[in-house]
Design a protein around this ligand. Structure first.
Ligand code: BGC
Ligand code: CA
Length: 271
């Protein structure tokens, strides 16, 4: 496994690959990082930045503090601010769905109580809650046929699957796809490959799992135990980029591993 960065972050998370650039956030340091070959850039916020996604009209959308921001180069502007914010929570993983809405979860800052949720910002900037009783909202992915939604609330140690209505942006009929309680750590970030299999980072488990309903297909060991998220990148989408947290000597770096299967392109937000 290759170490991609020489610099360390506190909580590297939410990697995405867009065209020729790897983007990721440092949630706790409030930073968006981009790496294009050897060019490294950072956009600083004065609050947590929990996720980023590419935007149809150019630049990125970021979830940070209590809202959604448009990021173009170094310029940051507020797109939508959430009213009635629960100050015991913060934003965590977020992603755009196949039709360009932004899905983002929240988590208990103390990581104990189910006081978080999963929310959607629709294209007309209507903000709504789609799921309640979440403790640490984490990985999100949509099946390749756009009929299923995969979701992780870390302390449950499960990956859930819902029916997904792409037209309405609604989810229903929650089931357990797989129970990971026999593994160390908790499931965190997640992505899907071009064969429809999920890749799940194990935070505290030092590995990434490739899996499907009830079955582990592959395990990739990572030199750091706090593995936070994964995405596919490079021109063939066959490099797995892995983010980690800085809780140990080998943590807080980005790692990369070549794999046999291709990822799928990141969806763009339509705002
Ligand atoms: C959160 C961390 C949390 C970890 C494990 C991450 O997505 O940002 O704060 O400790 O998940 O649940
Ligand atoms: Ca995460």
């Amino acid at each position: 496994m290759k170490k991609v960065t020489e610099f360390k972050g506190r909580l590297f998370e939410g990697p995405i690959w867009v065209k020729d650039t790897l983007y990721f956030v440092d949630i706790l340091n409030g930073e968006i990082h981009s790496l294009k070959e050897n060019e490294h850039k950072v956009v600083k916020f004065d609050t947590y930045v929990s996720s980023i996604q590419p935007r149809e009209k150019g630049g990125l959308i970021a979830t940070a503090g209590k809202g959604f921001y448009v990021v173009e180069g170094n310029s940051v502007s507020l797109l939508y601010e959430v009213k009635d914010w629960d100050s015991r929570t913060r934003f965590n993983d977020g992603k755009c769905d196949p039709v360009g809405r932004y899905w983002v979860g929240t988590m208990d800052l103390e990581e104990r109580e189910p006081i978080g949720g999963l929310f959607v910002l629709d294209k007309n900037l209507n903000f709504r809650k789609v799921l309640d009783n979440v403790t640490i909202s984490n990985g999100l992915a949509w099946s390749l046929d756009n009929k299923k939604f995969y979701y992780i609330d870390s302390p449950t140690k499960k990956v859930f699957v819902f029916d997904y209505d792409a037209g309405k942006g609604e989810i229903s009929n929650r089931k357990t796809l797989i129970d990971l309680s026999s593994y160390p750590g908790v499931p965190d970030g997640m992505t899907i490959d071009s064969e429809g299999m999920l890749w799940v980072a194990l935070y505290g488990g030092g590995r990434v799992l490739r899996l499907t309903e009830g079955r582990i297909l592959q395990e990739i060991k990572v030199p750091a135990s706090h593995v936070t998220s994964v995405t596919f990148g490079d021109s063939d989408l066959k490099t797995l980029y892995i983010t980690t947290a800085n809780d140990e000597e080998n943590g807080g770096y980005i790692y990369a591993e070549r794999v046999d299967v291709k990822g799928v392109e990141t969806y763009f937000c339509e705002f």
